[in-house]
Design a protein around this ligand. Structure first.
Ligand code: C5J
Length: 222
């Protein structure tokens, strides 16, 4: 057991009951020609977190702790893509349409893959999710329960969309959640800042936030 320096107060950390949850670090969000860019976003912002996420991933791997990767994607027949999601926004390319990296956010397509620097290993769990939250329409809850996981360390993109949604879903299910400040990013810096503030407000109403170095320290302390 260790204590991580976190906001709004210290996070009691049991690494053996923790999972590192890496949300949607996919080419479609981080690389040119993908969904994020087709929505008019500057995708370069998201790449800045890759080193910090990579250091946490290596540390979890070194200790053989639970690692979960998520991917936002849909079945090739798009039967899990509601029209309300497909038609939202005004992207140049809609979900399911062919782009430079294959069909946008469709399972098995090159653009849907996790970026090479953070590619999952064979023994790591990969959750394909059709929604913003990683618990919706997936077996993530069952997997965590079967491993006795009670604490989630969250990284990934985008802070205010899939990361925050997953953190809120997890909080409602009784998990203690810690969002890594330099391990998450948004196309909109003001949305990232607001999310960090709101999740830890009111005495950690949704959870804690901390820097990756403080989490690495907690891993070696405990
Ligand atoms: C979005 C995500 N932003 N992974 N997905 O549509 O946050």
């Amino acid at each position: 057991m260790a204590v991580i320096a976190a906001k709004p107060f210290a996070f009691p950390f049991d690494k053996y009951k923790s999972a590192l949850v890496i949300i949607d670090m996919q080419r479609d969000f981080l690389e040119h020609g993908g969904f994020g860019e087709s929505l008019g976003n500057d995708v370069a912002r998201l790449g800045t977190i890759v080193p910090a996420v990579g250091r946490l991933l290596q540390a979890w791997r070194a200790l053989d702790l639970t690692i979960i990767h998520t991917m936002e994607c849909h079945r090739p027949d798009l039967s899990d893509l509601p029209a309300a999601k497909r038609d939202r926004g005004q992207p140049k390319l809609r979900i399911g349409e062919p782009g430079p990296m294959g069909r946008i956010l469709v399972a098995g397509e090159p653009g849907t893959e996790i970026i090479a620097a953070l590619a999952p290993r064979m023994n790591e769990i990969v959750i394909e999710k059709p929604g913003k939250g990683a618990f919706y329409a997936t077996n993530l809850g069952e997997i965590l329960k079967s491993r006795g996981i009670t604490q989630l360390i969250l990284v990934g993109v985008t802070t205010e969309v899939c990361v925050q949604t997953t953190m809120r879903e997890a909080n409602d299910r009784g998990y203690e959640c810690l969002l890594v400040e330099d391990g998450t990013e948004s196309y909109f810096p003001e949305f990232k800042a607001a999310t960090l503030e709101m999740v830890r407000a009111q005495g950690a109403i949704v959870g804690w936030t901390a820097l990756s170095n403080d989490i690495l320290q907690g891993l070696s302390d405990g």
